[in-house]
Design a protein. Structure first.
Length: 295
């Protein structure tokens, strides 16, 4: 009996794996057993988000535990610092209850409270914080403020640096006069919001830039215009980053133009339907970047 069953299985397996008719016969099973369960899980996540979140753009989320480890390693590579150090800085941000309480308070008091979540979720901004804490930059430039979560996170890192004797400021650009409601004292003392078109503002920016972060208009032509505008303000050890680098290749092209290495990180949201975004970076490989020692 066993031999008969075996003799039937082999031709069936061959039929399903090695014939066009077998491929067609498997379509309903592949859909029902492989694709549909994944789609239903995604749909359930979307449904939960629709009722529990108020956001409709610029989604915030936590990272999976594994993805958070990968982010710490990513920041370690582009900064030249140890993974344990970048992990500690990320933990430091998550433990900062003073910042978290202020962000909640500002979100509740804002006109934006009906379309943004009150609980701050840092996501890949944990990496921004760790990079600033590790390298101790004097000047950080960020384009795109929106609610100001990223700007507040960078300023929080600069505030910690200042307490350790390393001063620095973040300059953040936006075209919306009401932007940055999350960016408040005591963190606001460590940054400036510059209102206007970022390309024009970058052309006139008077200082040398240690870290540049593009997070504004992600159209390829605008991203590239920002890069060309900031390029004369960069020095050989400057780190340039682009948020949402999954959308264009301009960060990769800038790294080639500057003669630097390029590295990409894709974030993985935890308990969220959004597929995630990514950070591209242009940096000097093998260099332990520590801006206070760089002239």
């Amino acid at each position: 009996m066993g031999q008969v069953a075996g003799s039937l299985v082999m031709p069936l397996r061959h039929f399903l794996k090695h014939t066009a008719a077998g491929r067609l016969a498997l379509i309903p099973f592949r859909f029902a057993l492989i694709a549909l369960p994944y789609g239903l899980r995604q749909f359930a996540s979307m449904l939960r988000w629709a009722f529990t979140s108020k956001e409709h753009y610029n989604h915030t989320y936590d990272l999976t535990d594994l993805n958070r480890q990968y982010l710490a390693s990513y920041i370690a590579v582009i900064s030249g610092h140890e993974v344990g150090e970048t992990q500690n800085y990320m933990d430091e941000l998550e433990r900062d209850e003073g910042l978290r309480a202020l962000l909640r308070e500002r979100a509740l008091a804002s006109a934006d409270r009906h379309n943004s979540d009150i609980e701050p979720r840092y996501g890949r901004r944990l990496g921004w914080y760790a990079l600033v804490r590790a390298t101790k930059p004097r000047v950080v430039v960020e384009t795109g403020v929106d609610r100001g979560l990223g700007t507040a996170v960078i300023a929080a890192a600069l505030r910690r640096n200042a307490k350790e004797g390393y001063s620095g400021l973040v300059y953040a650009t936006d075209i919306v006069p009401t932007c940055g409601h999350l960016f408040a004292e005591p963190y606001k003392s460590y940054g400036r919001i510059l209102l206007g078109d970022s390309v024009e503002l970058l052309k006139k920016f008077p200082e040398q830039v240690d870290i540049f972060l593009h997070d504004s208009d992600h159209r390829p032509e605008y991203e590239w215009a920002e890069f060309l505008a900031i390029e004369p303000k960069l020095h050989p050890s400057s780190i340039v980053m682009s948020d949402n680098s999954q959308q264009t290749s301009k960060m990769f092209e800038l790294a080639q133009r500057l003669g630097k290495s390029f590295l990409y990180f894709q974030d993985q949201p935890k308990d969220h339907w959004w597929p995630g975004d990514g950070i591209g970076a242009a940096f000097v490989p093998g260099l332990k970047t520590y801006f206070p020692t760089i002239k």
